[in-house]
Ligand binder design. Sequence first.
Ligand SMILES: [Zn+2]
Length: 173
Amino acid sequence: MRCPFCGSENSQVKDSRPSDENSAIRRRRICSDCGGRFTTFERVQLRDLIVVKKSGRKVPFNRDKLSRSIEVALRKRPIEPERIERLVTGLVRQLESSGETEITSAEIGELVIAALRELDPIAFVRFASVYRDFRDAGDFQSVLRELASDGGGGREAGDDFRDSDDNAIDKKF
Ligand SMILES: [Zn+2]
């Protein structure tokens, strides 16, 4: 594993333990050359996923990017890191088991929005407001209405989202 600090490929595992309810192995490593410490995770990967951007460009799915975008939405919210980790694992499993190798960034965004809606209303609004690329207060109100409704009627804002150009979500996944 290449050291993220100096680029050396010599590192030693100092500690190895199960993580994320035994769905991952967490390893603490130390670089033999610069002494830098970093953590790696080993996880089951059922399928190699490709994210299709709005432009049509394809990039490998990156779990860390997904995880970071969710962590940003949940910043300072009373949700334990383990719970976030489980959420991310659940989303990745959903994506991997969807039967499709290629998924659009918009599909990922909508999955995250649906998951955050269940988990935390503040994070839901934060995420939805960024990823649906809000242009005016009306967009914000439609998300609040979606939050207030009990499912079913909530797809309108998502449809708007898919039609909008140059979407922020494209840059994230
Ligand atoms: Zn190093």
